[in-house]
Every structure is written in C-alpha cells, then in structure tokens.
Design a protein around this ligand. Sequence first.
Ligand SMILES: Nc1ncnc2c1ncn2[C@@H]1O[C@H](COP(=O)(O)OP(=O)(O)OP(=O)(O)O)[C@@H](O)[C@H]1O
Length: 240
Amino acid sequence: MTLTLENVSRSFQTVTAIKQINLTIKKGEVICLLGKSGCGKSTLLRTLSGLDQEYSGKIYFEGTPLTGVREEIGFIFQEPRLLPWLNVIDNIQFGLKQNDEQTSQRVHRFIQYVGLKGKEYIYPKALSGGMSQRAAIARALVCDPEVLLLDEPFSALDHFTKLELQDLLLKIQAKYKTTMVMVTHDIDEALYLADRIVVLSSQPGTIQQIVEVTQPRPRTRTSDGLKGLKEKILKTLHVE
Ligand SMILES: Nc1ncnc2c1ncn2[C@@H]1O[C@H](COP(=O)(O)OP(=O)(O)OP(=O)(O)O)[C@@H](O)[C@H]1O
C-alpha cells in the first residue's frame, strides 16, 4: 500500500500551513514528520487521514484518490482518547462491527500483544498514561490497519515509558509491516524509529529535507551514525 502526495497544500484563512508537499510513502515504511512547533506537521497528518478534505493537490491511496476516511488507515493521537465509561476490552472492541467469539479472541490477542494482560476490566481513569496509550494502540491494531498515522503519540509520557512504546511500535511494524507516519518533536525518537525523516520548514510548511536512516534495527540510540544525522537535522532546523 503506497500513499502518494502531489503538490498538497492546506491553508487556513491567512495561514498557509503546508505548501506543495510531494512525497511517496512506500508500503511498510516508517516516516517521521519533524519540525518546529506550528510548521504544519499535524495538518499534514490530518490531510493524510482523509478527515480534512479542504486541501489542494492530490493524495492517492494505492493509486486511488483519497476522498475521505478509510478503514485501512488508523489514527493514534497524543491523548489516548479512551471512552471513560468503558473498560479496556470494551474500548478496544468499540469500533468493531462484529461482536462474536472470534472477534473477542482477536481483542484478547491484541491486549496481550500490547502488554495489557490482566488489565482487561480496568477503566481508563485507573490506567497510567503508558497503559492508556497501549490500549489506544491495541484499539487501532485490532482494526487491522495498513497505515497507522500517529500524532506525537508518546510526547505526554515519561522517558522510560516512551522508550518502551517506541519498541512496541517497531515490533508491530516488523510483524505486520504496517506503514507508519508519525509526527514528533523528538529528533532522537525519529532517528530510532524512522526509515525516512521528513523535516518541514515553518510558515509555510514545505519539505526542507528528507533524511534517510539506513542503520539496521535494532538501532543503538547513541551510535555515531545517528549522532551524525542528528547534527545534520539540527543544522537544517537552525538549532545550535
Ligand atoms: N483549524 C485551524 N484553523 C486555523 N489555523 C490552523 C488550524 N489548524 C492549524 N492551523 C495553523 O496552521 C499552522 C500549522 O499548524 P499545525 O498544528 O499543523 O502545526 P504543528 O507543526 O503540528 O504544530 P505543533 O508541533 O505545535 O503541534 C499553524 O500556524 C496553525 O496555527
């Protein structure tokens, strides 16, 4: 499944949030969108989700124009957005059409997969931030998405939980070959996860640089190779 963007722009009143974005995202690729606050990362992700149709240019999902939300595309937000009146199982099951034994087994399988075994009947208010985000990941995965769009999914979590969930994403990607497009502010996170890092410039958001990260996984976060790429990105973003 390939996502293709051709000359995609999106403006709000006087602000051009993203301008003339051309990008082809290959099946199974992990792309991180990186850039300063307000540069248009979330706008670009929302446009890719099919939720926002007010853009100019073209977006193709496996060669077919994207004309709205598609069930093959899952979304994970910064906040888990669990329904407070439903327990973990029911939150994960909520979006599924079927409610049979097979579906229930599938839900349980994903609960185990994301590390929530034993927490099935807990309600969101009693879950930690990391557990809630695990539930949000399971809720997306249970729909069998070909593409996962992630908008700063770990930015509200503590450092160690964030590292654990980054590894969970890599495990998912290795197993299901899910295409992932993730917005992040965190260069180290992008270097650890991405095949390509798309660096956006601000006002208007254009593609300033695409950095390929060719280091094999699992990557060593402190390797000289990643350090070199980090310096290159910081220079692009004009950060000392
Ligand atoms: N619904 C909207 N109405 C008006 N302006 C908007 C809207 N959504 C985004 N913008 C503007 O578009 C620009 C890009 O916003 P966007 O949220 O995409 O940036 P971002 O890179 O994701 O920012 P951050 O990293 O702070 O989340 C900003 O100037 C923002 O104010």
